[in-house]
Design a protein around this ligand. Structure first.
Ligand code: GDP
Ligand code: MN
Length: 390
């Protein structure tokens, strides 16, 4: 799950890291008021930033630096409602505009291949890290945290020196340690600050320079969200794929893929096997879908509705191994879904195990194809999908 910038900044600022103050606005009027508060408080400028769960907002025109209330209102008018990579901007973040001396990149990311948290930094900030990794991989400094001891202070110091932050050593170390802590505390798989900036501010004896986290991106491990009800509340349903939202609400394990064959299976292992067999027979699965053990008719019907929402699905394969799940329940669900569906897609069903004979009786009166074996079912569904496509 991705967090919006303002949510990410909430977690970072709670961890004591130097995030400039901000407010969130959803109308030009609110933006005007927030901007006024920062400008009256002594800021020379304010930055207005689109809050959408995609990167590259700056390039898309979704980040504007202005120096008056009127310009803040105009910037909000331009940004709110803007389309950035297919997402409509509904909110902006308003913050005092920083005077940037230098932009850097700093992140902690879950490095699955090393089974460790990786601290990544670059003195070249503000640019996309993927592009940097390609063009100038040596510009990226990588340090693995210890799996049990965590990120050690000497590692954080090494990063700080590598980024040329000797003049800001204490702050830089605290930020490295803080990112790692936020990562662990929230079960995140990415905490990315781009840019981390050296900013210039007015001090009592003239200008001072310090570090500030100007942008923040956090993604959380979905499987750990049950441990974090407060983070679950930060979920932005409006920006998630509606199919994912519906699947989660129904308790279905659904992952969209690129193929044309819908697969409804009970059990993750059987679902993987089914996908392999579909591919071997020359088809491409449209998704991974595990309806779980003991699925009732209503859940089966809901799963079928999800499958049918995907217009690229040309044929459906239902593969149920009845253990706790009862074949007749599944068959009832399929018939129910069949009668209410708006799109007629050929379906091949293979049900074995508990009450398979009852299931066969129920399906006999329908236009659903029953297959005796899994191999036969796969062959038939691939053929049917080809016929529909032709
Ligand atoms: P992104 O494009 O979605 O990554 O959004 P960012 O928050 O990273 O903003 C993009 C760029 O806008 C940054 O790299 C900065 O150069 C600039 N920017 C963002 N906030 C400020 C600010 O407070 N002051 C100044 N001067 N520039 C900013
Ligand atoms: Mn950024």
């Amino acid at each position: 799950m991705k967090l919006q910038e303002f949510h990410a900044k909430t977690l970072l600022s709670r961890a004591g890291l130097p995030v400039p103050p901000w407010s969130v606005a959803s109308t030009p009027g609110e933006t005007d008021e927030s901007a006024a508060a920062f400008l009256d408080g002594g800021a020379d400028a304010v930055v207005i930033k689109a809050q959408v769960l995609v990167g590259g907002r700056g390039k898309a025109g979704g980040v504007k630096l202005v120096s008056s209330r009127g310009d803040a209102r105009a910037a909000a008018t331009a940004i709110l409602g803007m389309d950035i990579k297919g997402i409509t901007v509904r909110r902006v973040l308003v913050a005092p505009g920083a005077e940037i001396v230098r932009e850097l990149y700093l992140a902690t990311v879950l490095d699955r291949s090393h089974q460790r948290i990786l601290l990544m930094g670059s003195a070249v900030g503000g640019v996309e890290i993927e592009k940097l990794a390609q063009d100038d991989p040596d510009a990226i400094v990588s340090i693995h945290a210890h799996p049990h001891l965590g990120l050690l202070p000497h590692q954080a110091r090494r990063m700080a020196f590598a980024l040329g932050l000797a003049d800001h050593l204490k702050e830089a170390v605290a930020i490295c340690m803080g990112l790692h802590q936020v990562m662990v505390d929230n079960d995140a798989d990415l905490v990315e600050i781009n840019p981390l900036a050296i900013v210039r501010e007015a001090g009592p004896d003239g200008p001072v320079e310090r570090l500030a986290l100007l942008d923040a991106k956090i993604t959380l491990d979905d499987s750990a969200l049950a441990r974090h009800p407060d983070l679950e509340a930060m979920r932005d349903l409006a920006e998630e794929d509606p199919v994912d939202v519906a699947a989660r609400a129904a308790g279905l394990n659904f992952i969209r893929l690129d193929g044309e064959i819908g697969c409804m299976v009970n059990g993750a292992g059987l679902a993987m096997t089914t996908m392999d067999l579909v591919k071997r027979a020359g088809g491409e699965p449209a998704h991974f879908l595990d309806i779980g053990g003991g699925a009732r008719a209503e859940k089966v019907a809901e799963a079928m509705r999800l499958i049918l929402r995907d217009r690229s699905v040309k044929a459906i394969l239902v593969n149920i191994f009845g253990g706790i799940a009862r074949g007749d329940e599944v068959a009832h669900g399929l018939i129910e879904a069949r009668t209410s569906q708006e799109r007629n897609v050929p379906m091949v069903v293979r049900i074995v195990g508990t009450n398979a004979d009852l299931a066969a009786d129920i399906l006999a009166g329908s236009d659903i194809v029953s297959a005796g074996s899994l191999d036969e079912a796969v062959e038939r569904v691939v053929t049917l999908a080809r016929e529909v496509q032709a």
